[in-house]
Design a protein around this ligand. Structure first.
Ligand code: HEC
Length: 174
């Protein structure tokens, strides 16, 4: 009985100390604050597992069509993804350097993600990071699948490709 009482008292003291630490304002929410390595790897594992578990929607039949990939490049530009993630020949917005977690260079990670996983992330966003839900921002599933088709091809998209796919063809000279 005494042992249980001591454990209970200790648990109470720890709870009060934690509440004091967090609600007293001592924890720093600064984007410049470093967290212990085990916390960041825990968060990454949680994200990977969560996305893998939830990503069940299947790509449409025309997923790999070149027209789809090119339309995806235009959507990628219009939706503003390049501000945080860059694009072939397009600079990242300076503010992306101040984000934590920092937005990844997508061409380096898309090989290790399925289309289903990429779609889920772009549609739903990632809570407590700067990654927005583009469904909530008004984009349709159809347009987001096009973005994903473009993402899967990203490692092989040249600067010239991206430019020609996203810039309106110059008006023919009269
Ligand atoms: C305001 C900045 C911002 C914008 C705009 C943004 N993202 Fe992100 N994105 C992030 C951040 C930050 C992360 C990293 C989240 C993390 O580490 O958990 C991320 C993560 C991702 C990931 C997951 C990467 C992985 O490792 O699995 C994908 C895919 C992605 N973004 C695609 C996009 C696409 C496509 C768009 C445009 C439709 C977009 N993002 C727009 C900030 C942004």
């Amino acid at each position: 009985m005494r042992v249980l009482a001591v454990i209970g008292a200790l648990a109470l003291i720890v709870a009060i100390a934690l509440a004091g630490f967090f609600f007293g304002g001592y924890y720093s929410v600064a984007a410049t604050a470093e967290e212990p390595e085990f916390i960041s790897s825990l968060l990454v594992r949680t994200r990977m597992a969560s996305v893998a578990h939830h990503a069940t929607d299947k790509p449409p039949a025309n997923f790999n069509d070149p027209a789809n990939v090119q339309a995806g490049a235009r959507n990628f530009k219009q939706l503003g993804c390049f501000n945080c993630h860059g694009a072939p020949g397009v600079e990242w917005a300076k503010f992306s350097e101040g984000m934590k977690p920092d937005p990844p260079d997508l061409k380096d990670i898309v090989g290790g993600r399925t289309p289903e996983q990429l779609f889920w992330v772009v549609k739903n966003g990632i809570n407590m990071t700067g990654m927005p839900s583009f469904a909530k921002a008004g984009a349709s599933d159809e347009n987001l699948w096009k973005v994903v088709a473009f993402l899967k091809k990203l490692p092989t998209v040249s600067e010239a490709d991206f430019k020609s796919w996203t810039e309106p063809a110059s008006a023919p000279t009269p």
